[in-house]
Design a protein around this ligand. Structure first.
Ligand SMILES: [Zn+2]
Length: 138
């Protein structure tokens, strides 16, 4: 059994009993690359192991009690303080749309406009020069 990013992954196929605690608090990985999930393997073990079923039930009850004892009511003035302070919070600028370039292509667009402007000027100048030559030769 290994813990990565708070998720328990099965590393030993025979460690069925050891996952009861992790299963009780929903901390077993549901997807393992290239193998059946650790959660599925433990649920198959759980179906035929009454000791683990009892342990999971007891641990879930204890976890529920822990959550109930940690609940605290917010101070009565909290709501009015938040609503008063929220008037002074500047909103963040909008995030870039998913898949957009986030403005990274603006320099490329500006360069393209400059290149097109230079090409237009060169074309006009050449047209004038050639036009004068045509007029001079004809
Ligand atoms: Zn068991």
């Amino acid at each position: 059994m290994a813990v990565e990013d708070g998720v328990v992954r099965r590393t030993d196929p025979g460690a069925g009993h050891a996952l009861a605690g992790a299963y009780a608090v929903d901390a077993i990985a549901t997807h393992d690359a290239g193998d059946a999930s650790a959660r599925g393997a433990f649920e198959r073990h759980l179906a035929r192991c009454p000791d683990c079923r009892d342990e999971v039930a007891g641990l879930r009850e204890a976890a529920g009690l822990l959550a109930a004892t940690c609940t605290t009511a917010p101070p009565p003035a909290l709501r009015s303080e938040v609503l008063a302070q929220i008037r002074h919070v500047r909103p963040l600028p909008p995030l870039a749309e998913p898949g957009s370039d986030g403005g990274r292509r603006r320099p490329l667009r500006a360069a393209a406009v400059v290149v097109l402007a230079v090409a237009l000027v060169v074309t006009l100048v050449l047209g004038l020069v050639l036009g004068l030559d045509v007029a001079g030769s004809g």
